[in-house]
Every structure is written in structure tokens, then in C-alpha cells.
Unconditional design. Structure first.
Length: 388
């Protein structure tokens, strides 16, 4: 069993040099914002923690249960940073959340904690309801109890930011885009659990005036993604010379968003978003799954010539139940209101992703050596593909 990492002791009277563009800024600890990040050891959550500490004048408290996809290796570069604190725990445990809120007095809660793999939700939907629905409820209740007695600017500036997915909207036809006004039509247990959590968050704003924000993002990719998802799975299989399983005809369309772009958008929403609002975050990179895999294979042919041509490893397999045909995000609201646009296009982001995985083979092997066994994931079976 993994041991709980004990709190670090802060000396709030000292000053800390914060990395910044331009001249070094010296910020008193007691003037820094504090963020409670849930699920901060996972793929997107850990990227956000790293981005926040690099770009913002803040402290980060990371609450993560450390399930199969939670990986403290993601955060090794900051494990001794005095602005960072880790606590192993479950968002479903309200007492734990309340204790962290009372101890660290955060200015915001950013909820990344979620079960997120569609294939796993088909095999074990109960786990998704427990974490994504009940967990969000417990987190909202703890946040409400913490926020209600606050006064003045502490109360006014507090935020609860909930991270969600475009899958709550269902599937699109050949044209059109998801907007923040698109009705919810989830088609998998995962999407339904996230839709339920989104509705809970909205209700706490309408009923209790809790200052919430919600973001719905498209398919993320990039460094440190657990090797069950499409791109890291395909990279892994290319290296091993194993089949590249593609669901159905491979013509399902996804909008790809580089994870660092996503986290920069989340920071913008956190700092400048209007309470009660929803912001869609997309990468403006619509690709069919087959085109995505072929593009990856072309990069792998150059970066890892062994087993080339890698597209010869592509195998079409039976489609996944409830597989949505097309997702596409209209991100004009966050662009117009907050000035955010993605910095990476698909070619540049995918190249960076491949290079990261090729240079971090030890990370991949460590990630794969835990509870992960490859069921329905294409690692031990030739008949299944990573989620997308």
C-alpha cells in the first residue's frame, strides 16, 4: 500500500522567488494564491500543477487517490518545491477534503479527479458513477461548507472550477460544432457520469450561488498520458512492433488538444472566467482516428525506424459499443472573452509527444508495471484499441 505523504511545514513569513517572464518577482508567501487541485497526479492534472507553479504566483495542494492512472513520477521535478504539497486521498471522503480546506485555506478548487477511460466505463460503470458523480457531490458539499462563512474578498474571489469533457454532448453529424449551449446527450457510462457531475456543479451555482466554473475540453494528448489512451498506446505498440488496433473503419473524428494548451486555458478561466459560466476548450485539429494513427506512424518512421513502415501494423477491429462518430468544439467563447487560443497545431504537438515518449521509456515501463493489465486496451489483445 502506498504511504500517505505527510504535509510539508511552510514558513509564511519568508519570501519566495517565483519563475516569471522578465525580471524575477519576489512574492511574499502570504500573498500567494493557494489552489486545491484534485486528481493532480494524473495526466491533465499533473500538467496543470506544473504549469500553474511555472506561470502563476501560487501554492498548490494536490489531492489524489493514486489509482492506476495517478503517477507521482509526473511531479518529480517539484516534489521538493516548498510551494507544493501532496496528500493521498479520495474526493469521496468529505472529511479529508474539509480538513485540507481548513488547513490550507485555498482560493480555488480545481477538480480534475475523474475516471476517464471510456472502455473501462463499459466494463465497470459503477466505478465511474462513484468517483465522477458521488465524488463531485462530496467535493461540492465540502466547498460549500468552506465558502459560506468566508467574508469580503476571500468570499468574492473564491472559485470552484470543474474540468469536464466534450463527450457529454454526444455525437455530431458531418457538420457543426459543440457550443456551450449544445444539449447534453451522453452515449457512454463515462460521458453520462461526467454529464451528471456537470449538472451538479451548475445546480450549486443556481441554488447556493457557489461561484463555479466548468470547462468542457476535446481529446487531450501530450507527455505523461497513461498508455491506455490512443496516442501513447500506439506509440508503445510501434516501439514493440505490435499491432495498432483501430476501431471499426477508423473514420471517427476527434478534435485534438495539446495538454499544455488545455492547462493554459484552464488558468485563464480560473483567473478571468465569469462564475456560473461554461467554457469549451478545443484544439481546432479535427482528424479521423485513422488519419491520426497514420500521421503518428509517419513520425515514428522518422524517429524510430525499427519496425518501419509502422502503418503496416494497423489492424481494423470490431467497433466499440456506443462509439460516437464525431466530436468538434467551437471554442470561440473562450477566445472572445478571455483571449485564449491554442499555441500548438497537431503536427507540432504530436511531434513533441512522440519525442517525449521515446526519451522517457522508463516512465512508460513504470506506468505499465502497476495494476494496469491492458484489458480492452490493445496491449495484451489484438482486438481492442485505446479510447478515442
Amino acid at each position: 500500500m502506498l504511504a500517505i505523504i505527510q504535509p510539508k511545514t511552510y514558513n509564511f513569513s519568508i519570501f519566495y522567488s517565483v519563475p516569471a517572464m522578465g525580471p524575477k518577482k519576489i512574492i511574499p508567501f502570504n500573498f500567494m494564491k493557494t489552489y486545491l487541485v484534485t486528481g493532480g497526479a494524473g495526466f491533465i492534472g499533473s500538467t496543470f500543477v506544473l504549469e500553474a507553479l511555472a506561470q502563476a504566483d501560487c501554492r498548490v495542494v494536490n489531492l489524489d487517490k493514486l489509482t492506476y492512472a495517478g503517477n507521482l513520477d509526473n511531479l518529480k521535478s517539484i516534489e521538493n518545491d516548498s510551494r507544493y504539497f501532496f496528500h493521498q486521498g479520495d474526493i469521496c471522503d468529505r472529511a479529508t477534503v474539509q480538513a485540507l480546506l481548513n488547513e490550507h485555506r485555498p482560493d480555488a478548487i480545481i477538480n480534475f479527479a475523474a475516471e476517464s477511460h471510456v472502455d473501462r466505463s463499459i466494463d465497470s460503470p459503477g466505478e465511474f458513477i462513484h468517483t465522477n458523480v458521488l465524488g463531485t457531490f462530496e467535493l461540492l458539499e465540502a466547498a460549500r461548507a468552506y465558502w459560506q462563512p468566508l467574508e469580503g474578498t476571500e468570499r468574492e474571489n473564491f472559485r470552484f472550477l470543474h474540468i469536464s469533457t466534450d463527450e457529454v454532448y454526444g455525437a455530431l453529424g458531418e457538420t457543426g460544432f459543440f457550443t456551450e449551449e449544445t444539449p447534453y446527450k451522453p452515449n457512454s457510462p463515462y460521458a453520462a457520469s461526467k454529464a451528471s457531475s456537470d449538472h451538479l456543479v451548475r445546480s450549486y451555482f443556481k441554488t447556493f450561488k457557489l461561484p463555479v466554473l466548468t470547462t468542457n475540453c476535446s481529446n487531450n494528448y501530450g507527455p505523461r498520458q497513461f498508455p491506455e489512451k490512443l496516442l501513447p498506446l500506439m506509440i508503445h505498440n510501434c516501439i514493440k512492433g505490435k499491432p495498432l488496433p483501430v476501431y471499426g473503419d477508423g473514420l471517427q473524428v476527434r478534435d485534438w488538444l495539446y495538454v499544455e494548451d488545455h492547462c493554459r486555458a484552464v488558468l485563464q478561466v480560473l483567473e478571468r472566467g465569469r462564475p456560473g459560466q461554461v467554457y469549451n476548450i478545443g484544439g481546432h485539429n479535427e482528424k479521423t482516428n485513422l488519419d491520426t494513427v497514420k500521421t503518428l506512424c509517419a513520425i515514428m518512421d522518422q524517429e524510430f525506424p525499427a519496425n518501419a513502415p509502422h502503418d503496416s501494423l494497423i489492424e481494423f477491429v470490431a467497433d466499440r459499443p456506443g462509439h460516437d462518430r464525431r466530436y468538434a468544439i467551437d471554442a470561440s467563447k473562450i477566445k472572445n472573452e478571455l483571449g485564449w487560443t491554442p499555441q500548438e497545431n497537431f503536427a507540432s504537438g504530436l511531434s513533441k509527444t512522440v519525442q517525449w515518449y521515446l526519451s522517457h521509456s522508463e516512465w512508460v515501463e513504470r506506468a505499465l508495471s502497476g495494476a494496469y493489465r491492458g484489458e480492452r486496451l490493445g496491449l495484451e489483445s489484438k482486438t481492442n484499441e485505446g479510447s478515442s
